[in-house]
Design a protein around this ligand. Sequence first.
Ligand code: PEP
Length: 249
Amino acid sequence: MRRYLIAGNWKMNKTNNEAVNLAKRIFSDSQGIEKVDIIICPPFTAIAPVYNVIKDSNIRLGAQNMFYENEGAYTGEISGEFLKSIGCEFVIIGHSERRKYFNETDVEVNKKVKKSMAFGLTPIVCVGETLEEREKGKTEEVVKREIVGALQGQTDMDKIIYAYEPIWAIGTGKTAHPEDANKIHKLIRDIIKTDFRIDETRILYGGSVKSSNAEALMSQPDIDGSLVGGASLDAKSFVEIIKAAANLS
Ligand code: PEP
């Protein structure tokens, strides 16, 4: 039985003080919820202070990105080792905002996935189609290309977590219809099973998830939780999504 997982992607939001306060609220409001895995992904600068807030709780820490080299002359980059050393266990890789604004390619995503696991981090690999690709009927082709691209040559693939995030649904208030989203989750699961022989994989849905739509999405058989952007910046709405998952568990 796959456990629900709710991950909050805070993106480029929250100063250290704000991040610590948000983490404290999520911690206090989610106490007693044991059936759901909870991850928060603050900006790099806030990871260490947030770690001090949640280190004795069931909330775990993720980063929003990392670089694929170990160390060296890569100004502005952050290594997997740095993340591991400040309490991170997870790292989001290939988020559509990185692909769009920082030209991240499938090849770089693949290298980052490999390196994250070499440092003992669990990657949360994001895939999803643009509105244009969807309208041209290319959703399945794009998702398949991104999944295969991320996984080529990887070992330890059973640890990887996936997030299907249709790009047209991110931060727009539009959400995929639960059954349509489930169809793509099932496709991802089938690719991973058939091409890479991995049976149990958690696949999160992301794209304007909020308390009012979380239950409908997560009650689909192949949706194992949510990667939450905007709604994770407010403790009340984030914890309501966690509670929706707990009620379904
Ligand atoms: C995201 O950035 O991963 C995301 C899903 O954002 P939002 O929930 O704001 O659409």
